[in-house]
Design a protein around this ligand. Structure first.
Ligand code: PLP
Length: 426
């Protein structure tokens, strides 16, 4: 007589070692039995667990990896009540925008600042608050799509403002804006300048600078995207890295005459996912008063992490404290030493492994086409999939049957994990 299939409950309990909660184990066990393959239950449970958010070692060399949560960030918060919307002086209700807003205003040299969920939300809120039912001139060279779903014309449509195309794809001059704004059928209340972030037009190209746009009669809103605070990078020892040239910064954009800037919290800023709006107090207030502000507001966890990030910048401590800037500031010689250590530790398992110079990318659409020198480990064979299948997955890259692991995007504290993972896939 054939064995009877195990009961759902017995099978579910056999999956407990995966760490999945019992109701999920029951679902998985039932699915395996229904498929006539109870033996597949463990495999299914492991596969399910791998669909949950999982910490990984990022050895891709892309420092702000869009699929790996952009800027890596650790944030500890005790389960305590916090003054998210409470004014300690008056004992009355306060605004959740006060604490972090004032810090970002100070950092950017702005009159005021507020925080929303991401930069897409920031742009949406600004345009809705300043220009719903009115017109917004945008250069044809800046009517871009960023990261798959942020498309300037679509954001504009959702905000209720009408986009007025200005100039051409490769060249847009101040006179093009002036002519459009002067048209009888155009009712412009702001111009929007968008940093094209992840793409670049080369050759016969001309864009209108913020300082030129600031001579127009309407405020200039600059979506600078990446959230570089200051192009001088005063938080680094020494001059700003060459790869940053061309990235607009909040301080300089406002100094050049932008009435507002918007940027992401989790790109070059190195903080949590958020969108920051900084600039003229009356325009920031108009954003705050718009009904969308409530729908787009961040929670206390994000505000608290962003406050830490802002305080770190104000202490000029970013290179030592913010993981992204730590990765940027690591000298190549140090990466080379680490690579040589890893190679020595895995040489029995991988005699082909060598320490090799590599090129890291900032990522997240920042500074397209530029790289920073790095060092990593190169070995024979395509191990990308096996490395991904480990308990602590390692995300590597492969080309021409060789696997490369760039150490600039790996936390030095994870080198041992990396060694273990590499030995395990030999
Ligand atoms: C990244 C980016 C956005 C979208 O920002 P999110 O924080 O991802 O919403 C918008 N505009 C520009 C210029 C960007 O670079």
């Amino acid at each position: 007589m054939a064995d009877r299939p195990p009961s759902v409950d017995t099978l579910a309990r056999s999956l407990a070692a995966t760490g999945l909660p019992h109701p999920i184990c029951v679902d998985v066990a039932r699915a395996a039995i229904d498929a006539g393959a109870p033996d597949s239950a463990m495999e299914r449970a492991v596969a399910y667990r791998r669909t949950l958010l999982t910490p990984v070692v990022n050895a891709t060399g892309v420092l702000l990896h869009t699929n790996l949560g952009r800027a890596p960030l650790g944030h500890h918060q005790d389960p305590q009540a916090m003054t998210v919307e409470f004014d300690l002086t008056t004992g009355e209700r306060g605004s959740r925008q006060t604490a972090v807003g004032q810090l970002f205003a100070r950092l950017c040299g702005a009159e005021a600042a507020i925080v929303v969920n991401n930069n897409a939300a920031a742009v949406l809120l600004v345009v809705a608050a300043l220009a719903a039912g009115r017109d917004v001139p945008v250069s044809r060279g800046e009517s871009v799509e960023i990261g798959g779903s942020f498309r300037v014309p679509e954001v504009m449509e959702q905000s209720g403002a009408r986009l007025i195309d200005i100039g051409t794809t490769n060249r847009t001059r101040l006179a093009d804006y002036q002519k459009a704004i002067a048209r009888a059928d155009v009712d412009a209340t702001m111009v929007l300048k968008v940093h094209p972030s992840n793409y670049r037009v080369e050759g016969f190209v001309e864009e209108t600078s913020i300082s030129e746009l600031a001579t127009l009669d309407v405020p200039v809103v600059a979506d600078i995207g990446s959230g570089l605070i200051d192009s001088g990078c005063p938080w680094l020892d020494g001059p700003p890295p060459a790869w940053l040239a061309g990235e607009p910064a909040a301080v300089q954009s406002l100094a050049a005459g932008a009435a507002l800037v918007t940027f992401s919290g989790d790109k070059l800023l190195g903080g949590p996912q958020a969108g920051i709006i900084a600039g003229r107090a009356d325009l920031v207030e108009a954003c705050l008063q718009h009904p969308l502000a409530r729908a787009l507001r961040p929670g206390g966890l994000v505000l608290s992490a962003l406050q830490d990030t802002a305080l770190t910048y104000l202490r000029k401590d970013a290179a030592a404290t913010i993981p992204f800037w730590k990765m940027v500031a690591t000298p190549v010689a140090e990466l080379q030493q680490r690579a040589e250590r890893v190679v020595a530790a895995i040489s029995d398992a991988h005699p082909s492994a060598v320490a090799a110079p590599m090129k890291s990318l900032p990522g997240a659409g920042s500074a397209p086409g530029v790289t920073m020198p790095s060092f990593g480990v190169l070995l024979d064979g395509d191990h990308v999939e096996s490395l991904r299948n480990g308990v602590r997955p390692v995300i590597a890259r492969s080309r021409d049957q060789r696997t490369s692991l760039d150490l600039r995007s790996v936390d030095p504290a994870d080198d041992e994990l990396l060694i273990d993972a590499l030995v395990a896939v030999s």
